[in-house]
Design a protein around this ligand. Structure first.
Ligand code: URA
Length: 236
């Protein structure tokens, strides 16, 4: 079936039709090896080979669900203006084109899901779903009980109050380790919330999203989610 390229990309869950047009204009799309950087091209959906950034994309691709232990020192975006290492570099042997679900800061490590299932990405990142995320934050000062109360009740960051959160001291020492659970995904939220109670985050790691746990997965390594985990995240 002949189909317009931007529609093909949208149906292959690369991006919305509007975003797909941008991707085409950026010269990132090839059809049968030839870069197509203008709009309006039609492709044969059953036989043409379409790639984006060198990876094949197809309508009705097999859905892939991956858990990566993101190391510090890489970005969660697909393209980086400073050409820094990306989380995709850690899954480069996966032949399907997958995308990170949500973000972790450059300096944050831990659990990151990658998938080509656009519906799931939309659902998991939509603010209305409020999926609980658990972090271990190593901070330079032990918060006292009034700091902890403020944290739990919600604090003002970027001019807006945070939703109630959980905080627990799990280790004391030169650095204090805090186990933190939040239900939002605001920019640098854990770091900002800790800083609002005068604790600087020295290390931050996400260890769970809902019941999905990072476990012993090594930093920089990935694994496929089990069938049970896939059912679980789809049901969140
Ligand atoms: N909160 C942060 O401050 N950084 C992250 O990467 C995730 C949550």
């Amino acid at each position: 079936m002949l189909i317009r390229l931007h529609k093909y990309l949208a149906e292959a869950q690369v991006a919305s039709r509007r975003k797909a047009e941008e991707i085409i204009l950026q010269g990132r799309v090839k059809v049968n090896g030839k870069t197509i950087a203008e709009l309006g091209t039609r492709v044969e959906s059953d036989s043409d080979v379409v790639t984006v950034d060198g990876k094949r994309v197809q309508i009705c691709e097999k859905m892939i669900y991956i858990m990566l232990n993101k190391p510090e020192g890489c970005v969660t975006t697909v393209k980086d203006q400073f050409d820094r290492k990306s989380v995709l570099d850690y899954v480069s042997d996966v032949k399907e084109r997958v995308y990170p679900v949500g973000r972790l800061d450059y300096d944050t490590s831990g659990l990151l899901i990658l998938t080509n299932d656009g519906d799931l990405t939309y659902k998991l990142t939509h603010p209305k779903h409020n999926i609980e995320k658990t972090y271990i934050a190593d901070v330079d000062r032990e918060p006292d009980s009034s700091d902890m109360e403020r944290f739990k009740n919600g604090l003002i960051i970027d001019g807006r109050k945070t939703a109630p959160a959980e905080i627990e001291v799990i280790k004391k020492g030169r650095l204090t380790s805090l186990k933190i659970k939040i239900h939002e995904g605001r920019n640098r939220q854990v770091r900002k919330m800790c800083s609002a109670i005068n604790c600087n985050v020295v290390r931050l790691k996400r260890i769970a999203e809902g019941n999905l746990e990072l476990g012993r997965l090594e930093k920089g390594k990935y694994r496929y989610l089990t069938a049970e985990e896939i059912v679980y995240i789809k049901g969140l």
